[in-house]
Design a binder for this molecule. Structure first.
Ligand code: SIN
Length: 547
C-alpha cells in the first residue's frame, strides 16, 4: 500500500496538490474509524483536520456509548428496547429501519473498538453501565468515569498512528472539486499558512462534526462551526432536519460564559442527581414520567420554562443537586475538575447549570452506508442525517453512530471504487468563485441564541433572518476564519429557514407560537438544498419518516 501522492503541480491557482482514493474530512470517531477501515480495505486514505488530530468534538463526549451487549445487560433489556427508546426520543421523525440497523450494529462496533485497545470502565460483573435521559435501562458503557470520548479518541488516534494513516493537521477544507456532471472529485484546502492546495480523490467523506458555535454557549469545541454541512450543501447535497439542534440540559453555568462550556454529563442524573431551581423546588416534578431522566428535549425545555418563570424575573441557570451521589469525584473526575475550577464542590453544594447547544440532530442526508445524494460524497457522524436521531437524539447514541457509520462509509467507498461508480478525480474543478456571504461571528451567535435556540417564534426567526442578510458581506475564503464564518452564516440561514417553516413544536424544535405537536401536518423531515444562487431552499417533496 502506498500513501497519498503529493506534487507541486496544479491546474488551478492552488499551489500544492495531493491525490488519494479517499479524503476524510475530520478526525473524530467517525472520521478515524472510516480511515482505519479504508486502510484495511487497501485504499489510499488521507485525513484532513483543521486542528490537531485529537482536537475534535469526540474527546469532549462524557457519558458514554449506548449499547446492549450480548450477555451483559439489564434483565429484560434488548437491542429492540434500545431501538424503541431511540424512536421515542426522536419524537416521530426517526427512520425506524435506520434505527434498527444502526442500534443493532452497536455491539459489534464496540467490540471492534475494544479490540483496538479502548478501555471501558469495569464492574464486578463485566462492563460498568449507567443510565441517561430517555433510556429505559442501564446500557451506557463509559470510560474514565466521565471521559468516554477522550478514551475513544485516544484508542483511534493511537491505532491510526500505528498504522501510519496520513493526517494533514491544521488544514481546512474550503470547497468540493466537482466534475462537469456534478460528481465530487476532491476538495480545495488551505494549509496552516493559508496557502491554497487541492486534494484530488474520487471519494470525499465529510466527518466534520457539529455546529454548536452557531450559539453563544455550547458544549462543543471551537472547531464545531458547521463546515462540513456547508461544504456538502455547496456541493449540491441534500440536508434535512437542520432545525433540530439539541440543547444539553446541563452545562456548568458561570456568569457571562461564552463559547465551550464544560458539560455536566447526564450520567450525573443517571446516578441520582436532581435538578432544582433557586428555591430548591425540583424542576422535573410532574413534567414527565421519567422525571430527571426524561429525554433531553423535555428536560432542556422544562429548565428554560422554569428559568423564565423565576420569581425575581428571568433567571439564567438552575441547579443540579448531586450531593447525594456517592464518590462524585471518583465517578465523575472531569465534571469534578471543571466544578472545582469554578469554585463549586459538588459533594457539598448544588452545581449551577444551564442548557447549551450540544448536538445537530440533522445534517447531510445519507443512507445507513454514508452515501449522500451526490456521487463521490459521503458523510458520517454528527454532520450526517441518517434518520437515527429524528427530532431529538437519544443520549449516548452519537459515539455509537460514528463507530457504525464510519466503518460503513469506508466500505461503501471501497465498493463504489471497485464498481467504477466514482468520477475520475482529474476531472474535478474548484467552484468558479471562492467568495461567500460572511456574517460577523459575534452578532450571528447573539442573534441565533436570542431567536433560534430553545423557544422560537415566527417574528424572532424573521428578525434573525433579516439580521443575517443585512450583516452578511461577500468575502473571499482565504483564511480558516473566513471559511468557518461562511459556514456558520450558511448553516444559520438553513436552520432559520427550516425552523420558520415548521409551524409546530417537536423534539428539540420548540415554537412558542406553535406549542403543540402537529402530526397531521408535520410528521416528516424537511429536505433542504441550495438554489443556484446559493440560498437554502426547502424542497417541496418531503422525506417520509419510516417509523
Ligand atoms: C452526556 O454525557 O450527557 C452527553 C452524552 C451525549 O451527548 O450523548
Amino acid at each position: 500500500m502506498t500513501g497519498p501522492v503529493f506534487t507541486s503541480q496544479s491546474k488551478t491557482c492552488a499551489q500544492w496538490e495531493a491525490r488519494a482514493d479517499l479524503v476524510v474530512l475530520g478526525s473524530g470517531v467517525a472520521g478515524l474509524t472510516a480511515a482505519l477501515r479504508a486502510r484495511q480495505l487497501g485504499l489510499r486514505v488521507l485525513v484532513v483536520t483543521k486542528a490537531a488530530v485529537d482536537d475534535g468534538n469526540t474527546r469532549w463526549a462524557q457519558g458514554g456509548v449506548a449499547v446492549v451487549l450480548d450477555g451483559e445487560h439489564d434483565d429484560g433489556d434488548s437491542v429492540a428496547a434500545h431501538a424503541a427508546d431511540t424512536v421515542t426520543a426522536g419524537a416521530g421523525l426517526c427512520d425506524a429501519a435506520a434505527v434498527r440497523d444502526i442500534v443493532g450494529a452497536g455491539p459489534a462496533a464496540v467490540a471492534r473498538l475494544r479490540a483496538l485497545g479502548a478501555r471501558f470502565d469495569a464492574s464486578s460483573t463485566g462492563l460498568a453501565r449507567t443510565r441517561e435521559g430517555g433510556h429505559s435501562a442501564l446500557r451506557v458503557v463509559h470510560a474514565g468515569g466521565d471521559a468516554t470520548g477522550a478514551e475513544v479518541e485516544r484508542a483511534l488516534v493511537a491505532e491510526a498512528g500505528g498504522r501510519r494513516v496520513p493526517v494533514l493537521e491544521r488544514h481546512v477544507a474550503v470547497d468540493a472539486l466537482r466534475t462537469p456532471l456534478g460528481e465530487v472529485a476532491g476538495v480545495t484546502v488551505l494549509d496552516p499558512h493559508g496557502v491554497p492546495g487541492v486534494l484530488r480523490a474520487p471519494a470525499v467523506l465529510v466527518a466534520t462534526g457539529g455546529l454548536g458555535q452557531l450559539y453563544q454557549a455550547t458544549s462543543n469545541p471551537e472547531v464545531a462551526t458547521g463546515d462540513g454541512l456547508a461544504l456538502a450543501l455547496r456541493a449540491g447535497a441534500l440536508a434535512a432536519d437542520v432545525e433540530f439542534v439539541q440543547f444539553h440540559p446541563t452545562v456548568l453555568y458561570t456568569r457571562g460564559a461564552r463559547g465551550r462550556c464544560p458539560l455536566v454529563t447526564e450520567a450525573v442524573r443517571g446516578e441520582g442527581a436532581v435538578l432544582v431551581d433557586a428555591t430548591g423546588a425540583p424542576v422535573m416534578r410532574g413534567v414527565h414520567p421519567l422525571g430527571d431522566l426524561a429525554p433531553r428535549d423535555v428536560v432542556s425545555a422544562a429548565i428554560t420554562r422554569r428559568m423564565a418563570q423565576a420569581p425575581g424575573g428571568v433567571d439564567d441557570h438552575v441547579y443540579l443537586d448531586a450531593t447525594a451521589v456517592p464518590g462524585f469525584a471518583r465517578r465523575f473526575p472531569t465534571v469534578h475538575a471543571a466544578c472545582a475550577a469554578a469554585g463549586v464542590d459538588p459533594a457539598r453544594q448544588p452545581i449551577p447549570v444551564t442548557p447549551a447547544a450540544h448536538f445537530a440532530c440533522g445534517g447531510v442526508v445519507t443512507g445507513i452506508d454514508g452515501r449522500t445524494t451526490v456521487t463521490g460524497l459521503y458523510a458520517a457522524g454528527e454532520v450526517a442525517r441518517t434518520g437515527l436521531h429524528g427530532a431529538n437524539r437519544l443520549a449516548s447514541n452519537s459515539l455509537l453512530e460514528g463507530l457504525v457509520l464510519g466503518e460503513r462509509a469506508a466500505e461503501a467507498v471501497a465498493a463504489d471504487l471497485a464498481a467504477g461508480a466514482c468520477a475520475d478525480p482529474r476531472l474535478g474543478q474548484p467552484p468558479e468563485t471562492d467568495v461567500a456571504p460572511v456574517a460577523e461571528r459575534d452578532s450571528l451567535q447573539r442573534v441565533m441564541s436570542r431567536y433560534a435556540a430553545i423557544g422560537r417564534d415566527a417574528e424572532g426567526l424573521a428578525v434573525a433572518g433579516s439580521v443575517l442578510d443585512l450583516s452578511s458581506v461577500d468575502s473571499p475564503l482565504w483564511t480558516q476564519e473566513a471559511v468557518e464564518d461562511a459556514a456558520l452564516t450558511l448553516v444559520a440561514a438553513a436552520l432559520i429557514a427550516a425552523a420558520a417553516r415548521r409551524t409546530e413544536s417537536r423534539g428539540c424544535h420548540v415554537r412558542t407560537d406553535h406549542p403543540g405537536r402537529d402530526d397531521a401536518a408535520w410528521r416528516h423531515s424537511q429536505p433542504l438544498r441550495l438554489s443556484p444562487s446559493g440560498q437554502p431552499v426547502l424542497a417541496e417533496k418531503i422525506v417520509e419518516a419510516a417509523s
